[in-house]
Design a protein around this ligand. Sequence first.
Ligand SMILES: [Zn+2]
Ligand SMILES: [Zn+2]
Length: 173
Amino acid sequence: MQLRIISTAGVPSFLQQRLPPKLVEIFRPHFNGYLLDSVDDPLLVAYDARRRQYRADVILRHLVKETTGGVTLVITDLDVYVPDLNFVFGLCSGRAALVSIRRLDPAFYGMPPDRDVLWGRTLKEAVHEIGHAFGLSHCPDPGCVMSFSNSILDVDKKSPNFCGRCRDKLFTS
Ligand SMILES: [Zn+2]
Ligand SMILES: [Zn+2]
């Protein structure tokens, strides 16, 4: 099946270029190729002026009308949340997933820009959300990419790889 990636304005081009082929490689043979789209939509439909944040689920519904025969991943630099949470790094609903790089960027924490750090974190969260799209749930193994990340420290602690159990589930079902 195809991986479709939609990036919103503000996502660095090196991420847009490196992410799709890497994800296809990681999820092979589930994916056999990718499509790359970008949107200029300011996504005001999802904006909460009081919180100065965007609703992740609203963005997803707005940008992904259908996922026929594939998985769609939205990459955005907007700060996103869902009701009852202060923020989320990402979200998955059915075969549609979203990752926000806003809080994965060292700059958000007042650190100097670091492309390698941003890349590593974005890859982990993208693999995590697509793992959900293939039916994986959160994993109790803190090193597994499917472990839940509550903070950037959790993201940095886990690896970009699936533990044996998640790997089996992903590739034998
Ligand atoms: Zn998750
Ligand atoms: Zn696992």
